[in-house]
Design a protein around this ligand. Structure first.
Ligand SMILES: C[S@@+](CC[C@H](N)C(=O)[O-])C[C@H]1O[C@@H](n2cnc3c(N)ncnc32)[C@H](O)[C@@H]1O
Length: 221
């Protein structure tokens, strides 16, 4: 099997296509609230009662619709969205920054109270690296909520590699909800995984979302 590097993956029709759902709104149907089982407004408002500024980072933000809506309702929250594709909707307030950039190339200028990734990791190459890095970008009591399909994690030596990864994440203090396929990380965490990223297979076919996704292949360190 020929594996793609990150530059090749970014050009893949599985990653760069206009069919995927980039339009989730903040709350209600087809929303972050619905898919994450977390209302970002409630979470961020609760944080605002404790301190300011409060920061929300959304990885693979798509059109940024949810963030534009949040920026209009939460003027004291600094909101940042990152996406490979510059297809952002207009209308965000001055507290919103939408950045077109590959996740792998981006470095955070600060720590975040909330980091989300709504159906974005399915298209990323080194998913474990993104999870590890994002865990270190949290404030001490910050929260990550992100979708992860364990079937998209592969290793030649392990037929059930995803389960090994889930155990390693739990050992590091993260939670994995296998029914909803959501990882949660509460509080800044340093994660060291015993695997190297080999490359991506963009011919993996559909994952639990029903959309073609990317398998990420690993080997032992
Ligand atoms: C299914 S869409 C979800 C978008 C948004 N989170 C939503 O729910 O509406 C996945 C997004 O991930 C982005 N993406 C994929 N690989 C990426 C990467 N390496 N860096 C940044 N964004 C990426 C795609 O451009 C796409 O907008």
């Amino acid at each position: 099997m020929e594996l793609k590097n990150d530059q090749e993956l970014a050009m893949s029709p599985v990653v760069a296509n206009c069919r995927m759902n980039r339009e989730r709104q903040l709350c209600g149907g087809n929303s972050y609230e619905q898919d994450l089982r977390l209302n970002p407004l409630d979470f961020l408002n609760a944080r605002l009662e404790e301190r300011q500024p409060v920061r929300w980072l959304d990885l693979c933000c798509g059109s940024g619709r949810a963030l534009v809506e949040a920026s209009q309702q939460l003027s004291d929250v600094e909101i940042t969205g990152i996406d490979l594709v510059d297809m952002f909707v207009p209308g965000g307030s001055s507290n919103l920054q939408l950045i077109d950039c590959r996740l792998e190339d981006w470095r955070p200028p600060q720590q975040y109270d909330l980091i989300t990734c709504v159906h974005g990791l399915h298209y990323v190459g080194d998913k474990l690296d993104v999870i590890s890095k994002a865990s270190s970008w949290l404030t001490v009591d910050g929260l990550i909520v992100a979708h992860l399909d364990l079937n998209n994690l592969r290793h030649n030596g392990h037929s059930t590699f995803g389960r090994k990864v889930a155990q390693a994440l739990r050992d590091a203090g993260l939670q994995y909800d296998s029914r909803r396929r959501i990882i949660r990380c509460e509080g800044r965490t340093e994660i060291t995984m015993p695997w190297h990223f080999r490359g991506s297979d963009d011919n993996a076919g559909p994952n639990f979302t029903g959309q073609p996704a990317v398998n990420s292949w690993y080997e032992d360190v």
